[in-house]
Design a protein around this ligand. Sequence first.
Ligand SMILES: Cc1cc2nc3c(=O)[nH]c(=O)nc-3n(C[C@H](O)[C@H](O)[C@H](O)COP(=O)(O)OP(=O)(O)OC[C@H]3O[C@@H](n4cnc5c(N)ncnc54)[C@H](O)[C@@H]3O)c2cc1C
Length: 488
Amino acid sequence: MENNYVVDVAVIGGGIMGTAVIRELSRYKLSSLLIEKEAEVGWGTTKANSGIVHAGFHDQPGSKKAKYCVAGNGLYPQLCAELDVNFRQNGIFMVARDEEEVAILEEYLRRGEENNVPGVRLLSREEALALEPNLSPDTKAALEAPSGGVVAPFELAAALMENALDNGAQLLTEAAVQDIHWDGSKFQISTTSGTVQAHYVVNAAGLFADKIAQMVDDTSFVIAPRKGEEYLMDKTAGSVVSRTIFPVPNKLTKGILVIPTVDGNLMIGPTGDNIEERDDLATTMDGFQRIFSGVKSLVDGIDPSKVIAPFAGVRAASDRGDFILEPSPVNNKLVHVAGMESPGLTAAPAIALDAVKLLEEAGLELAPKESFQSKRKPLVRFHMLSREEQAELVAKDPRFGRIICRCETVTEAEIVDAIHRGARTLDGIKFRVRAGAGRCQGGFCMPLVIQILARELDIPVQSVTKRGGKTYQIKAKAKDYLLEEVVQ
Ligand SMILES: Cc1cc2nc3c(=O)[nH]c(=O)nc-3n(C[C@H](O)[C@H](O)[C@H](O)COP(=O)(O)OP(=O)(O)OC[C@H]3O[C@@H](n4cnc5c(N)ncnc54)[C@H](O)[C@@H]3O)c2cc1C
């Protein structure tokens, strides 16, 4: 059946920007719909980045990046508490390895102070090494920003969407926007999955935001994609550092970083390479070599043989060199949330607030909804509980006693819960609850997760996909087998 929606606001794109905007809209008495071309939200650049909640000393004072990075950082603790999303304020170091770099640190200290980054300060070599003993012995000084943190970006996007849905927003997935036409009172949006009529539109289509703008003859910006390769390491790579470690940046990127992720892995990256194809997500030997040779002079004791998952994300850099948060010059009822390269993840909560203000300035009525619930139902993270708490849960629900992902200790009950919260695919499960995200990358648990998805969604195992579309994992004639037999 063809979908046909009529809503006050349509948000195009379900990355961190679109999901933050729709959650903000769900505070008000209005109808809203998020349109996403993939099977689930969060699969664009939002799923493939460094996961750092930046402090805000990198960005040029006066830029939108600086303004929204610092404001977004300030919103993270409360937002992640409300949505029960993993977030750790582990702090950031930018490290200088010679006198020239020390002078650059001083420049970034001034930027940090001008941008109102809380607690930013310079540390001597001795102070820096006392706090992070595995920094290279060549370390001369470090800039410290205690407000920096780490988050699981996909988890946050999924949580924002779940909370928006709980507050009355709607979601249309596997629906690529193909055309937009203003009929004098509404936008008529054609998608691969039906039509949407909307009085207001938010363009949060990431790498394709300029293509969306062009659909209404708006050519006010162009996206220039820039790829970043990242290398995720096994948990046995250890906690070499506790803060996120940056070198002094180059002209294009913040450089190769050492990131202790919120999930307890170490991650190294990213590269920064201008590319032609927006969907070029290949990792390369050249990228690997640049990353691991770059990191050697920053932190000691990083072993490249511990890499478990290489991946790449593409930054939606624009020809403006700054975030684009503005009404379209063609029609102010279309608001662009575009050009969101780094620190877009950090800035998203603050950008969402101002995107909604721009809609209000264009005429959208914002009457607060008394029934708005800011809190998401908390998750059970079995691996983080004590033995006693685990035993209690198993006694109540035996599905907590079935460990499906052995690398990350994820139980059947947690996977079922993720499906009930919106996961539809193997990747949806992997990024929500980490089944398949550990050392074996799903080698052991994938068939089990496929069966749980099939059972809970009431579809044949052959219809379960890795990431929507035709990414089926089981051939049409494979014989079904019982979960009970496999896991016991
Ligand atoms: C390597 C790398 C590292 C980074 N590290 C950090 C970091 O540590 N901290 C930080 O703050 N920022 C970081 N960033 C930046 C951050 O990832 C982005 O700013 C953020 O993810 C952008 O979110 P978005 O919602 O704009 O885009 P996306 O996540 O790409 O979302 C856009 C969505 O639109 C959908 N879409 C596109 N076209 C259509 C269409 N026609 N119809 C329907 N849907 C459509 C896509 O499928 C996608 O889901 C990094 C970026 C990269 C690449």
